[in-house]
Design a protein around this ligand. Structure first.
Ligand SMILES: Nc1ncnc2c1ncn2[C@@H]1O[C@H](COP(=O)(O)OP(=O)(O)O)[C@@H](O)[C@H]1O
Ligand SMILES: [Mg+2]
Length: 375
């Protein structure tokens, strides 16, 4: 997947951006707060995902602007495509989103059409951070491969919210607890489906992260990734036996009913799962050094891109926002070696930190505008 051209105007501080990208390496350099991440974010939104910075739609629009407009031409393995979106002040809900000129109701409908992987300094905390970071990582990766996963997740979350509300309304004497069963059945179905896909994904992820991590450490350290389900102890040989898994899920929910009632929320289920990373048999989250945790996160992010390539036949575009400056020379070199076959957009403050390692186009970002940088 290759982005040919990006335009952005009124998106946060971006003004009159119209750049043709290099099919391989693109470096956007500039001082802090000039708009580098805003540009990366605008590109990211074209993948149909929510902002990785948590920006809400109304805040897409520049402070003194009436509308945020973003456009992108990209080429996938089949054809050239065009994405455009516009958010207008006063009618934020009525975004204008088009794919090849055809109107779409929501930005999220772009999901699966243009694919990219973003890597920011926060992602370096993937391992040390809380489980929801790792769940989101797995969920996004799976959804990019299997779009039906998104509806299962949405369904699960919706039922979970209803079940939790029901748990809170059960009286001290247990009155009303019988209504929980109404939610259990659907929760079990969606939850089992999610568990099975996450389990399979973690096996694939492990197959990719293992050699990557080993190569970062020159073969000295060995990394393993496991899916840590709060519902199932074992999946081996049972992946196709949905009925057996669903029965087990039901038992688990039943066994935790008392706990759930006391807590006022659902204490077991896929919303509590985790992905465990181990180095030489020890949990990186608990015992790993900062450096090990960063290398493990790096291996997972690169694995994500490689899995997309294996599943879909083409690499996603890699967005490296400020991440290289956070890494030492060895890990920087490691990333650059592993993304050689992808189109990459790298942002940094000091282009010298990357130009001696990578060639390609360099853009300078200043106050939301870009110039091509003559080097
Ligand atoms: N809605 C907005 N309208 C205008 N400017 C904005 C908006 N949101 C953020 N900004 C500005 O964007 C700048 C930060 O851009 P950013 O892309 O994070 O910079 P960096 O180059 O450091 O990555 C800040 O100056 C901030 O004030
Ligand atoms: Mg930035």
């Amino acid at each position: 997947m290759v982005i040919n051209r990006v335009t952005a105007d009124g998106y946060k501080n971006l003004e009159g951006i119209d750049i043709e990208l290099d099919p391989k390496m693109n470096i956007i350099c500039g001082e802090n707060a000039q708009g580098k991440t805003n540009l990366v974010e605008a590109v990211w939104l074209c993948s149909g995902c929510r902002s990785f910075r948590g920006t809400r739609d109304k805040d897409f629009i520049g402070f003194v602007k009436d509308a945020a407009k973003v456009g992108m031409d990209f080429t996938d393995s089949v054809r050239k495509q065009r994405i455009e979106f516009e958010v207008r002040r006063g009618s934020v809900k009525d975004k204008i989103v088009t794919l090849n000129g055809v109107k779409l109701p929501l930005l999220s409908k772009l999901f699966g059409c243009f694919r990219c992987v973003v890597f920011t300094p926060e992602d370096l905390n993937l391992i040390k951070g809380s489980p929801d970071n790792r769940r989101s990582f797995a969920d996004l990766s799976i959804a990019q491969i299997k779009p039906s996963y998104v509806s299962a997740l949405n369904k699960y979350n919706m039922i979970l919210a209803q079940r939790n509300a029901a748990l809170k309304s059960v009286g001290r004497d247990g009155s009303g607890a019988e209504f929980l069963d109404v939610w259990n059945e659907q929760l079990i179905k969606a939850g089992t489906y999610i568990s099975v896909l996450r389990y399979a994904f973690c096996i694939t992820l492990n197959n990719y992260t293992k050699p990557l991590y080993s190569s970062i450490t020159n073969g000295i350290e060995d990394m393993d990734i496991y899916y840590q389900s709060t519902v199932f102890e074992k999946f081996d040989g049972r992946l196709n036996n949905t009925e057996e898994l669903e029965d087990e899920y039901a038992e688990k929910l039943k066994a935790s009913a008392e706990n759930d009632l006391r807590a006022g929320f659902t204490t077991v289920g896929v919303h509590r799962d985790d992905i465990g990373a181990y180095i030489n048999g020890l949990s990186v989250r608990e015992f790993g050094s900062q450096g090990q945790a960063r290398s493990a996160a790096l291996a997972m992010k690169l694995a994500h891109a490689k899995i997309l390539k294996a599943e879909q036949g083409e690499y996603p575009v890699m967005l490296l926002d400020d991440v290289l400056s956070e890494l030492d020379e060895k890990r920087r070199r490691f990333i650059l070696n592993n993304i050689e076959d992808m189109q990459v957009i790298i942002t940094c403050c000091d282009e010298k930190s990357v130009t001696d390692m990578a060639s390609g186009k360099i853009f300078r970002m200043e106050k939301g505008r870009t110039d091509i940088f003559d080097n």
